[in-house]
Design a protein around this ligand. Structure first.
Ligand code: FAD
Length: 379
């Protein structure tokens, strides 16, 4: 790690989860001088816990579906070509876990351009009656990546600083983070405290627990049902995950009941198929950071105080063109990926890289400031 006097970086990225690491990788590949910071090490947040499936989101037609489909196709190409050693490609069977989800699966099946076929007989013989008789879609190609391995590989060659950022200042056209300075700042801090007064950014943490197990049952493909059950890049290890708990928060410092989490995972997995001779090897837990409208976030941040001073009538519901708002200079947030951080990261970081290197504009639909106007009215 460099010490003494440090000349300014082009970009400082705070947060070395998949969003921070993939952004660092894309920006460094484009020739920018990047510093990456994390308080707990690379992939120490939600990303280190992820099962990291590169799976399509089964959703109904709309903006979210369009973005997720594009991101999924880009992610499959990205991981298999840039990080094949951390990527396991396998067929993927998605089974609906409720009648409502069954409807989504059926409509997705009708509209999807992704190659899918009938479930092979050898996989059918593994499945429970419930799984076999639920709506499902069998994709010829799915993938799962080694979450920690890929984040570390992406950060290789980038200056990494293990430190907790407490304060951000901007002076003379540069961001200052401790002794580091840069023109651009990227906030990729997941579900952690926001570092700036940006309460309008609609995010919530969703706790997840997954396990790695050994089992004598051979799992030939990636299975998504009540939980995911999948082979991994590590020979003989099967991943089961993950729980979705919107109530538990590690920030409240309550103890988390690991045994209860394990029991829940195994109980849910047993609804899909029977796993024999199970030996639990590892637990992984973390917070996903989900946006209130399920779309990810990539964009500049409104300086709420300065904007309300400029347009005090925003508080009374006056509509202002978001271009007129006051934004923090050269500051971009990438966040809100929910349970699809590994699917979305290549898509988001590619657009971030184009934005910072060619000044191309970012999709306003994804702007974290999309929540500002409504928040200002409620104040
Ligand atoms: C159990 C589980 C299973 C999942 N499975 C999948 C899956 O199969 N497929 C998929 O695509 N996604 C999956 N996800 C979701 C995915 O992991 C998240 O979307 C992704 O981790 C979000 O990455 P991030 O970089 O935004 O946040 P994080 O990984 O949380 O990274 C944020 C980082 O910022 C750092 N940080 C925050 N504040 C500061 C500060 N002040 N100073 C210094 N550092 C700071 C934190 O230490 C942290 O490392 C799963 C998540 C969980 C928890």
């Amino acid at each position: 790690m460099p010490t003494s006097k440090i000349s300014p970086y082009d970009v400082i990225i705070i947060g070395a989860g998949i969003n921070g690491c993939c952004s660092a990788y894309s920006l460094a590949q484009a020739g920018l001088n990047v510093a990456l910071i994390d308080q707990g090490g690379i992939a120490s947040g939600g990303s280190g816990a992820a099962g990291a499936f590169i799976s399509p989101k089964i959703s109904k037609a709309g903006e979210l579906k369009e973005i997720m489909s594009e991101a999924h196709v880009e992610a499959l190409a990205f991981y298999t070509s840039h990080f094949p050693q951390f990527t396991l490609v396998k067929p993927l069977l998605h089974i609906a876990n409720s009648p409502k989800e069954g409807e989504k699966v059926e409509s997705f099946k009708r509209e999807s351009h992704l190659k899918h076929s009938n479930i092979p007989h050898k996989i059918q013989t593994l499945l429970s009656d419930e799984a076999l008789h639920s709506a499902s879609i069998y994709f010829d190609m799915g993938a799962v990546v080694d979450a920690q391995g890929v984040c570390h590989a992406m950060a290789e060659g980038v200056d990494f600083y293990p430190m907790r950022v407490e304060q951000l200042t901007h002076a003379d056209g540069l961001w200052e983070v401790g002794k580091l300075r840069s023109k651009h700042l990227v906030l990729a801090i997941g579900a952690y405290p926001k570092l700036l007064p940006i309460d309008y950014v609609g995010l919530r943490g969703i706790w997840g627990h997954r396990i790695d197990i050994e089992t004598s049952t051979h799992i030939p493909c990636i299975l998504h049902h009540h939980v995911s059950i999948s082979p991994t890049t590590k020979e003989g290890i099967v991943a089961i995950g993950a729980t979705h708990d919107v109530h538990y928060s590690p920030f409240l410092l309550e103890p988390y009941d690991v045994e209860q989490g394990r029991a829940l995972l195994l109980e849910k997995a047993s609804k899909t198929l029977k796993l024999n001779n199970i030996n639990i090897l590892n637990d992984y837990m973390g917070l996903r950071s989900g946006s209130n409208d399920y779309l990810p976030m990539l964009g500049n941040l409104v300086d709420a105080e300065a904007t309300l001073e400029k347009f005090p009538h925003l508080r009374h519901g006056e509509k202002i063109n978001p271009r007129e708002f006051v934004y923090y200079p050269n500051l971009t947030m990438v966040n809100g990926s929910g349970g699809y951080g590994f699917v979305l990261a290549p898509y988001l970081s590619k657009r971030l890289q184009e934005h910072l290197t060619t000044d191309s504009s970012l999709n306003p639909l994804l702007s974290p400031s999309r929540f500002f106007q409504r928040w200002a009215k409620r104040k």
